[in-house]
Design a protein around this ligand. Structure first.
Ligand code: OAD
Length: 258
């Protein structure tokens, strides 16, 4: 049976991609939806069932670190059990077509790296890593809650926490600096699978467009960015991105780096 798709790329996008040197992709929870990881907002979103202030904030950790760890261990397990999807793999392939190609992700699920992407800027940390709550030193040990005791930092004695950004916390300084730098330089900027509501990530597409980037949104639903984007592809990322790679092969060939 012949595969059918309504997905079409505009001539403008193809022309921009044909000559682009710098391409930047911002991803959110939607890119991992096809892998089976729930998004945060929307009907079945995590923040519809759980209160982020009770699970993903500094106050929550100070009040009840065991509960916060239970939540993160549950999410870790969920993530350990899944694989990257065609959207993640297509982004790995896209790297090969542009001299400068960056993925800025709000996701903490490590799936871009697991798929094989190299230039990944993690804005909200990585759920697979731990660090000290007090001094911030990375911590490599396992967190086993059966022992009913959260490990402490060998350096300063502080409690160990997941290395993710919580509500009310600043983003890792170097990550946001680099994200702003590459967004400013982008010639084509893709916003993929994000509700475009959480700052400062939500401002990056505006920064890119303000500096001349062609702005493309890939999301089955409308977002606050939709009316600003030069074009919106209202389909799941795992359907659009493999087709985009086929288009890139036609218009650019695999011209470059390893
Ligand atoms: P959201 O849950 O807010 O938004 C997910 C977006 O993905 C929605 O706009 C969906 O329409 C879209 N979507 C769903 N399935 C899709 C698919 N197959 N392909 C493409 N898009 C799809 O997630 P984020 O925008 O990532 O922060 O949320 C931003 C931040 O809010 C998260 O990083 C997290 C959360 O609180 C922290 O934990 C600090």
């Amino acid at each position: 049976m012949e595969a059918k798709s309504d997905i079409r790329f505009t001539r403008k996008l193809i022309e921009r991609l044909a000559k682009a040197y710098n391409v930047v992709v911002l991803t959110g929870a939607g890119i991992s939806a096809a892998s089976g990881i729930p998004t945060f907002r929307g009907k079945d979103g995590l923040w519809n069932k759980f209160n982020p202030q009770e699970l993903a904030s500094v106050d929550a950790f100070m009040r009840n670190p065991e509960l916060v760890w239970e939540w993160y261990n549950w999410r870790r397990q969920l993530i350990r059990d899944v694989q990257p999807n065609l959207g993640h793999y297509a982004l790995v392939d896209m790297e090969a077509y542009f001299p400068e190609f960056y993925i800025i992700t709000q996701n903490v699920d490590n799936l871009h790296q697991l798929a094989g992407s190299r230039n990944v800027i993690e804005l909200h940390g990585n759920i697979m890593r731990n660090k000290c709550f007090d001094c911030g030193k990375p911590y490599a040990g396992e967190i086993r809650l059966e022992k009913k005791e959260i490990p402490r930092c060998p350096e300063c004695g502080g409690l160990i926490r997941p290395d993710v950004v919580w509500f009310g916390e600043f983003l890792p300084e170097e990550a946001i600096r680099k994200a702003q730098e590459v967004s400013t330089a982008a010639e084509v900027f893709f916003s993929i699978g994000t509700s475009s509501t959480v700052e400062p990530a939500a401002s990056l597409p505006y920064l890119a467009k303000g500096n001349g980037a062609y702005l493309v949104e890939i999301n089955p639903e409308e977002t606050p960015l939709s009316s600003v984007a030069d074009e919106t592809l209202r389909y799941p990322a795992d359907q659009v991105l493999p087709l985009l790679v086929i288009a890139l092969e036609r218009i650019r060939g695999r011209a470059k780096k390893n």
